[in-house]
Design a protein around this ligand. Structure first.
Ligand code: ADP
Length: 452
């Protein structure tokens, strides 16, 4: 803009020069007065025109200047608002730490009204023991451009200290000399608390995982240790029964039969426990082989017929397969089926239990076990696959069981890369449906993480 003013001044000077020359000519000329006057007037009008043009240019420049000023002012105000209403504290200090500028949030964080912060040393808010090292760090800022995540306790006026994270940037002049420092002050008390909580939870989690591992190990050892004597008890009980006719009275035979029945039940529980701990610690593997699924299902259903007949339940099988050959672990598949079938029989007092096998093209199979029993409420369906969970209702309280059968089933099915679902409603019966790949792979050791 100075150039414009200079240009205008030059033009005025030129015009003045013209007028001076005219004056000189008029004084020294020998021309008649009229000619001289005409010539002078013409010169004057040219000069005036030039002045006019210069004035117009100046006006235009002036308008541009005021528009530019308005934009700059709007920007300044915007910056000021951002600065004032930013959620974090912002400060500008000189290199010694004397506050030159502060925003509202800084005032609130340090509990000093914004305008009274100006002129105060920032070190005033650093607790005494940390001041020396704070000053050293501040002096180092001349050498570096930025320091981030500088965590320090700050002490606001008349309040207890809080955990702050500082970000400091060095402001330099054109020659690169450090002239001031810009500070961002963030209250990280909440973050620190959350981090602390997280650390505690992680620690507890680790302890829980360890406790759970120890528990599984203990259960595993215990079950194993229990199984050997239990087999011996059952063996001798069976021997006794075999000789009962000649050696035992009717009453004694009944007692041995009771030992045998309870022993078998106990052995089944011990076996469940052992399987569960193996699954939980990832030590149970499936061993797939080519097997005839229809035969396996029919034989398994047959082996449980006596239980159904004891309760006068009908036990039906529908096998709908074009190709009955699948690749799976027959022992584990039988175990799944026995778990579902024995539950269906256990929780049904009237009606029937039905097993249905289907092919799902192209490469899956489904086994459904349906009953007409007591059913399961929707809220309980979410939990029945969890270990040790038994529906706690007056209806089921009378039934025996460990609450492990479905947890084992769920885990085995997962290991086989399949899924098990339930559809049920109270007093409407239940349908458990297992869907499996026709060809099960050896599988990874996956444990039972999904059940915890
Ligand atoms: P449990 O040894 O108690 O049978 P499970 O893990 O096999 O353990 O089953 C868990 C619970 O799920 C059972 O206690 C029972 O409440 C419910 N449940 C399982 N199958 C059925 C079913 N067919 N009908 C009704 N309730 C069932």
């Amino acid at each position: 803009m100075n150039a414009d003013v200079d240009k205008f001044a030059q033009k005025v000077e030129v015009a003045c020069e013209h007028v001076k020359q005219l004056y000189h000519q008029v004084n020294n000329s020998c021309l008649p007065q009229a000619d001289l006057l005409a010539q002078s007037l013409e010169e004057l009008s040219v000069t005036l025109e030039e002045l006019h043009v210069a004035e117009e240019e100046l006006l235009q420049r002036n308008e541009q200047l005021s528009a530019a000023r308005q934009t700059t002012e709007a920007e300044r105000q915007r910056y000021q608002e951002l600065f004032d209403f930013a959620p974090d504290g912002y400060l500008v200090t000189n290199l010694e730490g004397t506050i030159i500028e502060a925003n509202l949030a800084a005032g609130m964080l340090l509990n000093v009204p914004q305008r009274f912060l100006i002129g105060k040393p920032i070190t005033l808010f650093v607790p005494e023991p940390a001041r020396k090292s704070f000053r050293t760090e501040m002096a180092r800022m001349r050498l570096i451009d930025r320091k981030q995540e500088w965590e320090i306790g700050l002490k606001p006026r008349e309040r207890s200290p809080f955990e702050a994270s500082l970000t400091v940037a060095t402001i330099r002049d054109e020659a690169g000399q450090a002239i001031a420092l810009r500070w961002l002050v963030r209250d990280i008390t909440e973050r620190k608390r959350a981090e602390e909580d997280l650390r505690r939870v992680q620690m507890q989690n680790l302890q829980l995982v360890e406790a759970s591992r120890l528990k599984s190990e203990f259960l595993g050892i215990l079950s194993h240790e229990l199984r050997t004597p239990m087999n011996i008890i059952l063996g001798f009980a069976q021997l006794l029964l075999r000789h009962s006719k000649s050696h035992l009275s009717a009453h004694q035979t009944q007692m041995v039969e009771s030992i045998l029945k309870s022993g078998k039940h106990l052995l089944a529980l011990i076996n469940d426990m052992l399987d569960y701990t193996k699954l939980e610690t990832g030590r149970l593997d499936v061993h797939p082989e080519l097997m005839h699924l229809s035969n396996l299902v029919t034989a398994t259903v047959h082996s449980l017929e006596h239980l159904a007949h004891q309760k006068q339940l009908q036990l039906k099988v529908h096998i709908n397969m074009e190709d009955p050959w699948v690749t799976n672990d027959s022992t584990r598949l039988r175990q799944i089926l026995i778990n579902l079938l024995s539950n269906a029989i256990k929780f049904t007092d009237v009606g029937e239990v039905e097993v249905e096998v289907q092919e799902i093209f192209p490469d899956r199979i489904a086994i459904a076990v349906k009953d007409t029993g007591i059913g399961i409420a929707e809220s309980d369906q979410l939990h029945i696959f969890e270990a040790f969970h038994q529906v706690n209702s007056a209806l089921t309280r009378n039934y025996e069981g460990t609450g492990l059968g479905l947890a084992i089933t769920y885990s085995l099915v997962q290991k086989m890369r399949g899924m098990v679902t339930v559809e049920s409603a109270p007093n409407q019966g239940s349908t458990f449906r297992v869907e499996l790949p026709r060809q099960v792979d050896q599988g990874l050791r996956s444990g039972m993480t999904s059940l915890r």
